[in-house]
Design a protein around this ligand. Structure first.
Ligand code: NAD
Length: 434
């Protein structure tokens, strides 16, 4: 199949690379010239395990192209996938500017019958608007069908998820479009959920809202554990073994971040509000998460009294391990709060420093060596559970820091292990070791 992808970010690029890997002829289009110049050289602009190899392989085999020219991408495609960003507006609703621009450009350049598939996360009703928009502009002799095919990949394991996802959701009102999409995905052997467009759009928001709820739930239980002297690790394990609950997404910590959960939860609250439904549960989930992201600095203030003049090592910048994405990461909140409190910050991350620097600038120092961050630090804040952070021997904190005080936002170390070192260790939902 000849596939064009509108938007070559995390979702568009990974989708394009994976579809070319299973034999399709894929042209990725983006309005960002610099991004496409880099990609044309075989260099991925994002970090994702396994991406670079597959990118180079499929480019070399002539199945994967990158362009900023919409005519080249769209005019001859059998299927066009929209994977542009849907950031949040000030009121929390989804900003559909890029989706609308992409739909308009597609409509102006298509020359043959095509199925337009939306992978971007969009509010219920958006695909219908996309169809109307394209219908108004497209050439009269060209037939267009629209389908919703929300994306569930996780950053950090995006390639794996594309090939081994739990399900593929196809929402369309048209049997032919459903068939074309089923044919596209059949080689992956992943269960397919076929539904109407509105339900498909809702599945994406409901999935993310549920996962965010699970995180805020366990974080609230952790906060209570601290007050009643229980241990969240044991509590989470004890409840998670119940198959109806499950162990995944039950790690207490400093909240969710990234480019999806924060904006999608807010967008669903707005979407519900638009139909006069106040989504109180999800509002509480968001509130708990905001509180949780600032929890470590609160704990530090409580411990030290004042953070003024203290040197902080911030360990981990990306919103989760194995990605260089720092959007809405708890680390950003921690860095800004520490600066406000008059502390100086040196941040370590193995790969996310360039992205963090774009957002935080020179307000803090950066390093890609964990030891450099810890040298003479008064306090260490663990914001991301990278392997190299989780496995850092505790002796290193003792050797490098002034008087080791660790605020662990990801519960990387077991309390038993910490107890045998002269370390002050304050984590989430567990006894403080002072
Ligand atoms: P991104 O910001 O990484 O990439 C979006 C790309 O679209 C950018 O490169 C931008 O230049 C390009 N673009 C903007 N307007 C364009 C246009 N008119 N034509 C062509 N390209 C255009 O975004 P992302 O993280 O890949 O997310 C894309 C969508 O997928 C969002 O709706 C997001 O919510 C959803 N999603 C993301 C993830 C994720 O983990 N990142 C997972 C599931 C779903």
């Amino acid at each position: 199949m000849k596939i064009a992808i509108a938007g070559t970010g995390y979702v568009g690029l990974v989708t394009g690379v994976c579809l070319s890997e299973i034999g399709h002829d894929v042209t990725c289009m983006d309005t960002n010239q610099q991004r496409m110049d880099t990609l044309q050289k075989g260099i991925p602009p994002i970090y994702e395990p396994g991406l670079e190899e597959l990118l180079r392989k499929n480019m070399a085999q002539g199945r994967l192209y990158f362009t900023v020219d919409p005519k080249q991408a769209y005019s001859n495609a059998d299927m066009i996938m929209i994977a542009v960003g849907t950031p949040e507006n000030e009121d929390g609703s989804a900003d559909l500017t890029y989706v609308e621009q992409a739909a308009e450009t597609i409509a102006r350049h298509i020359q043959k019958d095509v199925v337009v598939v939306t992978k971007s996360t969009v509010p219920v009703g958006t695909n219908e608007k996309i169809k109307q928009m394209i219908e108004r502009i497209k050439p009269a002799n060209v037939h267009v069908e629209v389908a919703s095919n929300p994306e569930f990949l996780r950053e950090g394991s995006a390639i794996y998820d594309t090939f081994h996802g739990d399900r593929i959701v196809i929402g369309t009102e048209n049997d032919k479009a459903a068939e074309v999409l089923e044919e596209l995905y059949r080689p992956l052997g992943i269960p397919i959920v076929k539904t109407d467009i509105r339900s498909a759009e809702m599945i994406k928001y409901a999935s993310n809202a549920f996962l965010a709820t699970k995180i805020s739930f366990i974080n609230e239980i952790a906060n209570i554990c601290e007050k009643v002297g229980a241990n969240i690790d044991d509590v989470a394990y004890g409840i998670g073994l119940d198959e109806r609950i499950g162990l995944r997404f039950l790690q207490a910590g400093i909240g969710y971040g990234g480019s999806c959960f924060p904006k999608d939860t807010k967008a669903l609250v707005q979407l519900a509000g638009n139909v006069q439904h106040q989504f109180e549960l999800l509002e509480a989930v968001i509130k708990v998460n905001n509180y949780q992201q600032s929890l470590l600095v609160q704990k530090a203030k409580k411990f030290f009294g004042s953070l003024y003049g203290k040197r902080a090592a911030l360990l981990g910048l990306s919103f989760k391990p194995n990605t260089d994405d720092v959007r809405e990461a708890a680390s950003l909140v921690i860095a800004r709060q520490l600066l406000q409190e008059g502390a100086s910050v040196i941040a370590y991350d193995p790969i996310a420093v360039p992205n963090a620097r774009r957002l935080l600038g020179s307000m803090i120092d950066y390093t890609e060596q964990i030891e450099t961050a810890l040298v003479r630090a008064d306090m260490a804040f663990i914001a991301t559970e990278w392997d190299m952070i989780k496995t850092l021997p505790l002796q290193q904190y003792c050797d490098l820091m002034n008087n080791p005080v660790i605020f662990d936002g990801r519960n990387c170390y077991s309390l038993n292990e910490v107890q045998s070192y002269p370390i002050t260790y304050i984590s989430i939902g567990r006894k403080e070791i002072i």
